[in-house]
Design a protein around this ligand. Structure first.
Ligand code: M6R
Length: 364
């Protein structure tokens, strides 16, 4: 049932090209240059969005916030569900509340949606599990179609959830007219390449490269992850993955926040993973990298293919396929998953049964 893989997690990592095809392909029309969503949701029926989720789903929602605001220009608030449900959020009948959940059963997320609904919001679920509680209770469901995910550490559900937000943001941009026809067509074309780009990010050679880095630093006590903009959540997701299965303490920060505190942690033992792929903010990220290096930090750079200029800034470099910034969080998630996987594997941990964790959290 693990199809020749050592663990469900490993199997699910390598299933991502297929999972992403299932999420995207029927909905993105390259010939017409548009997006079609199988939903009754009226794209003009709300003027603000609340995103509510836990754990990895929350980080998918964090990418969603960036995409929805940039592409569809709708203001988005993002909350972890255990906070949202008790903070008496200000909701109106012009609010769209979005739950993000692999299982569709996480109790805090479900209760958050009940809270939003009670205030008059419409509700939408970005959900993987078919027929789950949320799909039955929420007004609308956007299935992510990643297929069953068994590994406790979420991998393919994450990249599929982020892709579902890309679809939603493009669709809203198209329907609400915040994106030109040409811009929609261009991004549809870029997004259709995702299964291929992710397959490329999982090529033997690239996987071996990440394994080497994981083995080199597997004895680290702490790790720091940095990213900016749409890849700030990639850093958070990378840190969460590493904590969950390798039990190494890991923290993530927005790269620009470093000098406001966490820079004090840096010494010559600390591996610092920096997402520094092609972006309009790359130069700023690189100047943060130089701050880390100047203090002896051991920088592991995630760079876009062909970036030879910035190699010198990393002790180690992991290359990923070059792509548009708006779709890069999906490609960049791959080395994060592999780094966590190989670190845990090197330490002899059972990645499918991380201590103290359950696949679905149905108690508060
Ligand atoms: O089923 P959900 O997506 O609602 O689950 C949310 C979190 O419990 C989940 O993402 C958790 O953080 C994973 N173990 C992450 O790998």
């Amino acid at each position: 049932e693990k199809g020749g893989y050592d663990s469900y997690m490993q199997k699910e990592i390598f299933e991502q090209p297929q999972a992403l095809s299932n999420t995207l392909l029927g909905r993105l029309h390259d010939d017409q240059g548009n997006v079609e969503l199988d939903t009754q949701l009226d794209p003009n029926s709300f003027d603000r969005i609340h995103i509510v989720a836990c754990g990895t789903a929350y980080y998918a929602g964090m990418v969603g916030k960036y995409l929805l605001e940039q592409l569809a220009r709708v203001p988005v608030e993002l909350d972890v569900a255990s906070e949202y449900r008790y903070r008496q959020p200000v909701v109106t009948d012009r609010t769209l509340a979005i739950a993000v959940s692999q299982s569709g059963e996480t109790i805090d997320t479900l209760e958050g949606m009940r809270e939003a609904k009670a205030g008059g919001a419409q509700t939408l679920g970005v959900i993987n599990a078919k027929g789950s509680s949320m799909t039955r209770e929420l007004d609308h469901t956007l299935y992510v179609h990643a297929g069953p995910e068994i590994g406790v550490a979420s991998t393919k559900a994450y990249t599929s959830m982020v892709s579902a937000f890309l679809l939603l943001a493009l669709w809203l941009g198209q329907e609400r007219g915040t994106l030109s026809k040409e811009e929609v067509a261009r991004l549809v074309h870029e997004a259709r390449a995702l299964p291929r780009l992710v397959a490329e990010a999982l090529s033997d050679e690239r996987v071996a490269q990440v394994r080497e880095v994981a083995q080199k630093y597997h004895q680290a006590r702490d790790y720091l992850f940095l990213g900016r903009g749409v890849n700030n959540p990639t850093a958070y997701e990378g840190a969460l993955k590493l904590k969950e299965i390798s039990y190494i303490h890991a923290e993530a920060y927005a790269a620009g926040e470093m000098k406001h505190g966490p820079i004090a942690l840096i010494d010559d033992h600390l591996p610092v993973v920096v997402v520094a792929t092609e972006s309009r903010l790359l130069e700023k990220t690189i100047s943060n990298v130089q701050e880390v290096r100047a203090r002896g930090g051991r920088v592991i750079l995630i760079l876009s293919d062909g970036d030879t200029e910035n190699v010198q800034n990393g002790e180690d470099v992991i290359y990923v396929p070059r792509c548009d910034e708006m779709i890069s969080p999906i490609v960049n998630a791959i080395p994060m998953q592999l780094l966590a996987y190989f670190t845990a594997d090197t330490l002899g941990k059972d990645v499918d049964k991380p201590r103290n964790l359950a696949k679905s959290v149905t108690v508060e």
